[in-house]
Design a protein around this ligand. Structure first.
Ligand code: MN
Length: 319
């Protein structure tokens, strides 16, 4: 329920425009995935990753029906992890490992693509609400070419912290650790905020993003400049490494994702559903999907495979 990455997302950031040590806001781009509008706050021009998080797609809230549903047919992934988290509704995940798994609010799906995996994601067969996020992580060199894998977590650590009800999706937060696989030092937390200010303990070696899904919040951190303006729904507030706590203020109820991690080791190259380091790797993945290479196995759904667009650097006639 996320991706693909478009050419408009690819523009490299000039070194001179890297964020200063201050809290900055990044608005989402609107893209269409599986027939539904999605707000994408990563990757954006000027910001490729937050920790190893390299894609943040927010879908809905929307009403899906059999005639206007959410169905994404079989498509490949390489070199990334997908993290799927719903706020409302349900999605059925099918993959080339043989997994068939419904994910519902409170549950987490984590798919590791490694050298190659194929999956399909289907919305409910009857009219229903659908609201959720899908996040991608760029794995480190040690695991990005490894075996594909899929995890479902029916329960995750939950805690109350000030005016927040927190669910730890991945990593550790406020003394609670998620059981989800984690290949780099990163964290993801869902926060249901009541009006007021909550102080979130964070790892000072991490950079952080607060992605507002509903409502608005004002973010402040010791030693970091901030203009005091609220971050609205479908904006991302970016906090550089340094602070050990973040103060998040909501005037009204709000829903926010806290994403953080060690600044990623190097640049990632993202095209369509592939995360790589070089154009040759993307070209090889594109050709393997086009040519039916066995690294991309079958998925037991009736929907047709989604053809991959040639990379923007491909010569005419070679795609
Ligand atoms: Mn996918």
């Amino acid at each position: 329920m996320s991706g693909p990455v478009r050419s408009a997302d690819l523009t490299a950031e000039p070194t001179a425009s890297r964020p200063a040590p201050s809290i900055t806001r990044i608005p989402a781009a609107r893209v269409a995935i599986g027939g539904q509008a999605v707000h994408r706050t990563l990757p954006r021009r000027g910001r490729r990753t937050v920790g190893a998080w390299c894609l943040v797609d927010h879908l809905g809230p929307a009403t899906v029906t059999p005639g206007h549903g959410f169905d994404v047919g079989p498509h490949p992934h390489v070199g990334l992890q997908t993290v799927t988290w719903l706020l409302d509704g349900e999605v059925v995940h099918h993959d080339s490992l043989g997994s068939e798994q419904v994910v519902r609010p409170g549950e987490l799906n984590v798919m590791t693509a490694g050298h190659g995996v194929v999956h399909a994601e289907l919305g409910a067969a009857t009219a229903a609400r659908l609201h959720g996020v899908q996040l991608w992580l760029a794995p480190p060199e040690a695991t990005r070419h490894g075996a594909a894998a899929f995890e479902h977590h029916a329960t995750l650590p939950r805690l109350e912290l000030g005016t927040a009800d927190a669910t730890v999706l991945v990593g550790s937060f406020a003394g609670s650790a998620s059981p989800a696989r984690r290949d780099t030092d990163h964290v993801g937390v869902d926060l249901v905020l009541r009006p007021g200010t909550t102080t979130l303990p964070v790892d000072p070696t991490h950079e952080h993003a607060l992605v507002v899904l509903d409502g608005a919040v004002t973010v402040a951190a010791p030693g970091v400049d901030a203009d005091g303006r609220p971050t609205a729904a479908d904006e991302l507030a970016l906090v550089p490494p340094g602070p050990a706590e973040l103060a998040v203020t909501a005037e009204r109820a709000a829903r926010v994702l806290l994403l953080g991690g060690q600044p990623f080791e190097g640049p990632v190259l993202m095209w369509w559903n592939f995360v790589a380091r070089t154009r040759d790797e993307v070209d090889a993945a594109h050709a393997a999907w086009r040519d039916g290479d066995p690294r991309f196995g079958p998925v037991a759904v009736a929907l047709p495979r989604i053809p991959g667009p040639p990379p923007p650097w491909a010569s005419p006639g070679t795609a």
